[in-house]
Design a protein around this ligand. Structure first.
Ligand SMILES: NC(=O)c1ccc[n+]([C@@H]2O[C@H](COP(=O)([O-])OP(=O)(O)OC[C@H]3O[C@@H](n4cnc5c(N)ncnc54)[C@H](O)[C@@H]3O)[C@@H](O)[C@H]2O)c1
Length: 695
């Protein structure tokens, strides 16, 4: 049974039992209806207590049931709640741990609620682009008031029961045994003939129209791309104005409408992608993981410093190694400055700054780090230097230590082969700034041991990263794809666009930053160096010449020198269109005999995004990425792809893969196009032929 039933001193105790979160799957919903019915028929029972087994009351819908027919099979949660609410014998909810989503909706259908003080309650549906569809938008504002209710519904954020102790949501908030308190309350109310129902309460608010109008404007301004928050306001407005049952119907209508929006599909896709990413072949629950209690980082530069901060933030002592005292001092000073900036913003206390700095131990000696459980190398991106470092690590590190490299472009298998223990070598590709960016590409070398991979994936979670496995290839998943995107961006300048037009189009699509502003931020010289190397390795590969001219003729490296694709005023990051760059582009077109054409924004977006998609297909076919959703996760967490579009693969599914391929074939016919570029990857062709999507 997923809802256990027992009777104690005339009170039926109905316990949700569906580990790990007492999710309200079909069997549990059915179990609750049966238990409430049984209690009402049981003459020995005078009152009912509903609670949850284990660490919490209920986390809401059972995500294992999502996208299955069981999800919508009767009894729906709304029916379960109606059964509870209509019970002739009083129902007391006993909440502890968490009551979220459907779990909180169910509790609000009970006549009384008792909560442990540290219980977290939330209606987080908005985070999946939905709204609570089983009366949550109707009952919560009645119980906690219009403003607090709407805030909780629109933000989806959890609130501790303690903070709501003064509201009608809770009859009692207790520090001790919540079940005992609920049983005592049940005894007290057992004989009463009428039981309070949230649906009968009125929402008292002096000027609800004024408030709701303001709320509508606020959510439209803060989340313009998302339809769900506005619908949350509409549903709460119905709670204020309409009869309960009419408003409930509206709420369900909004829920169904939202569930069919691309934004909700994207958010749900991202939610499941995050879970799927930790499912890695070769790593099972039984894979014994290596303990990580001490870490070391080699190189205290941009990345090394940020990586060390990640460990300190997670409370793991980390040694930071440089060869020169000066470099070490510089690195530590930068870390301290970062922490102090967080303290200034109120995110850390002065004490926490010192505590974290205390966890970072500087050293100049490899002997000092020998006992670390993992060492991450973040020195200059040159193979000869990495070679020296890995030789030393191989010589000094204790057996079983994980040797990781943060390289962006070098071959992890070649690095592993420097050592006598390639099974312990793995890539950990952090993104800049490493203490901020969520993405961690975990690069599995040919010889990387399964337990090393499993340990690093788990470490990713400890460091609060989104860890995604990538195979070994140039650029791994993210940078290999972005190269095709960047190539397209420059081709469009040749054909008639300006940097501001390309950036504007893709930023309106929702990217955090367009390719040219991005280049200026990261440094256009980095891309230049990569292209120089590529030109030697793959001489046939065609790049737009403008990016090279930008460096070779104009030394426009980007923000760090005050000029790149744009001009910058000292101390200001605002990108100002540059006369010099426009002149450079015009001269190039003249010299190449190109008559510029106006490229519509829609074409700019399609060319940039479909360039990503086509390369991603190769990456999938080669087994570099394990699944399409991993690729989406990389783009959502590392490259500023708009979350409400779900990542490049999800977006391609939404557009329709046939349409994606058709657009690519159209681009290939452009006069200036490189037809090789737009050759659809075999995987894309196959899926179109079979009428399938990326899964
Ligand atoms: N900067 C980025 O955006 C980024 C992103 C992902 C990965 N990476 C990779 O991270 C690595 C480091 O890049 P970075 O941007 O931090 O470089 P950086 O130049 O800022 O820092 C490198 C540091 O390594 C130190 N160093 C050099 N040789 C050393 C040695 N033999 N022993 C110990 N320390 C040594 C240098 O003194 C310097 O402090 C590179 O492999 C790079 O490709 C960089």
């Amino acid at each position: 049974m997923t809802a256990e039933y027992r009777v104690d001193s005339g009170v039926a105790i109905v316990t949700l039992r569906n580990p790990p979160v007492n999710g309200l799957n079909h069997a549990t919903r059915q179990g609750v209806v049966e238990a409430i019915t049984r209690a009402n028929q049981d003459s020995a029972v005078r009152a009912i207590v509903l609670n949850g087994e284990g660490k919490l009351f209920s986390g809401g819908a059972d995500i294992r049931e999502f996208n299955t027919p069981r999800m919508s099979q009767a009894p729906h949660l709304g029916t379960v709640i109606q059964t509870v609410e209509a019970s002739a014998k009083p129902v007391v909810a006993a909440l502890h741990g968490t009551a979220m989503g459907g779990g909180l909706e169910l509790a609000m259908g009970c006549h009384y609620r008792v909560a442990a003080a540290d219980t977290q309650v939330a209606l987080p549906e908005v985070k999946l682009g939905l709204l609570p569809g089983a009366g949550g938008t109707q009952r919560l504002p009645r119980l906690v008031g219009l403003e607090r209710g709407l805030n909780m519904i629109v933000s989806g954020e959890p609130v501790p029961a303690k903070a709501l102790a003064d509201t009608k949501l809770f009859d009692e908030v207790v520090e001790g045994d919540v079940l005992a308190a609920a049983l005592a309350l049940a005894q007290r109310v057992a004989g009463e003939s009428r039981h309070p129902r949230a649906r009968d309460l009125r929402i008292d608010y002096p000027n609800p129209d004024g408030y709701l109008g303001w709320a509508r404007m606020t959510v439209a301004a803060t989340a313009p791309q998302y339809p769900a928050p506005l619908r949350c306001v509409d549903a709460v407005a119905a709670a204020v104005k309409d009869k309960f049952d009419d408003a409930l119907k509206k709420e369900l209508g909004y829920f169904l409408e939202l569930s069919m929006t691309p934004e909700s599909r994207a958010l749900r896709h991202a939610f499941f992608a995050e879970r799927a990413a930790s499912d890695v072949p070769g790593v099972t629950r039984d894979t014994p993981l290596r303990p990580i209690q001490r870490a070391a980082v080699i190189g205290a530069g941009t990345m090394g410093g940020g990586i060390a901060m990640n460990f300190a933030n997670a409370g793991i002592p980390v040694q930071l190694l440089e060869l020169q005292q000066e470099a070490l001092d510089r690195g530590l000073a930068t870390i301290r400055k970062n922490y102090e900036n967080s303290a200034k913003k109120g995110k850390l206390t002065a004490e926490q700054v010192e505590q974290r700095m205390g966890l970072i131990q500087p050293t100049l000696s490899y002997d000092d780090i020998a006992q670390a459980d993992i060492v991450i190398e973040a020195v200059f991106e040159r193979f000869d230097i990495k070679e020296q470092v890995f030789r030393q690590l191989d010589a000094v590190m204790k057996p079983g230590a994980i040797l990781a490299t943060n390289t962006s472009t070098l071959d992890v298998n070649r690095i592993a082969a420097i050592t006598q223990r390639p099974q312990d070598v793995v890539g950990t590709h952090f993104f800049s700034p490493a203490n901020v960016m969520k993405l961690l590409e975990v690069v599995r070398g040919d010889k990387t041991a399964d337990d090393v991979l499993g340990t690093v994936m788990k470490l990713g979670k400890t460091l609060r990263k989104t860890a995604v496995v990538s195979g070994v290839c140039d650029g791994f998943i993210g940078n290999r794809m972005i190269e095709q995107y960047s190539r397209q961006a420059v081709f469009m300048l040749e054909e008639g666009a300006t940097p501001a037009q390309v950036d504007g189009a893709i930023e309106r699509f929702g990217f955090a930053m367009g390719p040219f502003r991005m280049g200026d931020l990261a440094g256009n010289d980095i891309g230049y160096d990569i292209r120089q190397r590529r030109a030697k390795e793959k001489p046939g590969l065609h790049y737009g010449k403008l990016a090279d001219q930008l460096i070779e003729q104009f030394d426009r490296k980007g923000q760090k020198v005050g000029k790149g694709w744009y001009d910058y005023k000292p101390g200001d990051r605002k990108a100002i269109p540059s006369r010099e760059v426009e002149g450079m582009i015009a001269a190039y077109r003249d010299a190449s005999g190109i008559t510029p054409r106006k490229i519509p924004d829609s074409e700019i977006v399609e060319r940039l995004v479909f360039a990503l998609v086509n390369e991603a297909c190769h990456i999938l076919e080669e087994g570099i990425a394990l699944r399409a959703s991993d690729i989406d996760l990389v783009y959502l967490t590392g490259y500023g792809f708009p979350v409400y579009r779900g990542g490049p693969m999800q977006y391609a599914n939404e557009v329709g893969l046939y349409n994606v391929m058709h657009a690519m074939q159209t681009f290939a016919r452009n006069r200036q196009a490189d037809p090789e570029f737009w050759k659809p990857a075999p995987l894309l062709r196959r899926l179109v032929l079979e009428g399938r999507d990326f899964e």
